[in-house]
Design a protein around this ligand. Structure first.
Ligand code: NAD
Ligand code: ZN
Ligand code: ZN
Length: 345
């Protein structure tokens, strides 16, 4: 079969690769119908994630059709359409029993990281019964691809951890796919204001269309002052960090109101200063999280009921044979205005 294979920092190839086989009785082999590229795949290609070794097929998002199941799989059978979760979960270990699937002792975020991923014609999914979701006939398949990773990530790590409440003021720093997913799902809770911060005016325009009440371009280095002005000097109740660099986390530290919550979503590669000299008396909470995908069943219902439309995030479409072109487009988002790209078989 064909697959997109990581060959070390800066190197990838679209090449022939053996089709995966069932290795555990709880595995399923899924034929990929649609997949996409995540910012995290670009992090891997930069060499930021040493857990992902050369020779690995990338990708942790997608939908497909069950090709084969191991003897212990009871929920799915060949021919069933499924949504693939970016996190694999055994459902039985101590972390899974606490709904921390991301820390499953035999799963977690392994797809396209420590085991071969979804940017291929076929993928092996471990713990299939508890890592796949059935797709009902008539469902919008492109919209569902956004539920493998970005929607649960924005919602769980940003909105739930950030304790977004009706009438509150929320700031989301970073208007990429994850920040925009947080923006879409924050509106479940009717906050009074959602202020989006980014360097890219195009992404801020998109944020306005998605329901942002205010936008701040932080290119001038004065975003903290701008947010404080917009909030009458009070600051925000929830600050969601959706970039993953020191400047944006420190911005959250500057704009958080007393009693507020800073919810970190970004993957950080270097240390960030925690300004306790300013924050010790502010009654704030800081949270971190790797997406657990516990909200996926709820998000499937919300999308099926057309309460949100994650398809809005899709800007480009490619055939699987053109996946290198898809990477090129996604990797130059500032020029191509790409958010999420759909890659279809
Ligand atoms: N915690 C988790 O489980 C989890 C899961 C998935 C992704 N992530 C992380 O979430 C983060 C966001 O993901 P994404 O796919 O949206 O990334 P992205 O790179 O597409 O978007 C980041 C956005 O931040 C903006 N930005 C960059 N520097 C900025 C600055 N100084 N001030 C304001 N805005 C700035 C960029 O213009 C871009 O729009 C990444 O770090 C990603 O690795 C975390
Ligand atoms: Zn991802
Ligand atoms: Zn587990």
């Amino acid at each position: 079969m064909k697959a997109l294979v990581y060959h070390g920092p800066g190197k990838k190839a679209f090449e022939d690769h053996p089709k995966p086989v069932i290795t555990e009785s709880t595995d399923a082999i899924v034929r990929i119908v649609k997949t996409t590229i995540c910012g995290t795949d670009l992090h891997i290609l930069k060499g930021d994630l040493p857990s992902c070794q050369p020779g690995r097929i990338l990708g942790h998002e997608g939908i497909g059709v069950i090709d084969q199941v191991g003897p212990a799989v009871t929920t799915f059978k060949p021919g069933d359409k499924v949504l693939i979760s970016c996190v694999s979960a055994c459902g039985k270990c101590d972390y899974c029993r606490r709904q921390m699937y991301s820390h499953c002792t035999t799963g977690g975020w392994i797809l396209g990281n420590t085991i071969d991923g979804t940017q291929a014609e076929f993928v092996r999914i471990p713990h299939a019964d508890t890592s796949l979701y059935p797709i009902l006939d008539g469902a919008d398949e492109e919209a569902l691809v956004m539920l493998s990773d970005i929607l649960p990530t924005g919602f769980e790590c940003g909105v739930l951890n950030g304790k977004v409440q009706p009438g509150n003021i929320v700031a989301i720093v970073g208007s990429g796919p994850i920040g925009l997913a947080a923006l879409l799902t924050a509106q479940f809770f009717s906050p009074a204001e959602i202020i989006m911060v980014d360097l890219d005016d195009n992404r801020l325009e998109t944020a306005k269309r998605f329901g942002a009440t205010r936008t701040v371009n932080s290119a001038d280095g004065k975003a903290a002052e701008a947010v404080m002005k917009l909030t009458g000097g009070r600051g925000v109740d929830t600050a969601i960090e959706a970039v993953g660099i020191p400047a944006t986390f420190e911005l959250c530290e500057k704009i958080i109101a007393p009693g507020g919550t800073i919810a970190n979503v970004g993957v950080h590669g270097v240390k960030v200063d925690l300004h306790l000299e300013n924050l010790w008396d502010r009654n704030i909470t800081i949270t971190t999280r790797l997406v657990d995908t516990v909200s996926t069943p709820m998000l499937l219902n919300v999308v099926a009921a057309h309460k949100i439309d994650p398809k809005l995030l899709i800007t480009h479409r490619f055939k699987f044979a053109d996946i290198l072109k898809a990477y090129e487009t996604f990797g130059h988002a500032a020029d191509t205005r790409a958010l999420k790209v759909i890659i279809e078989a």
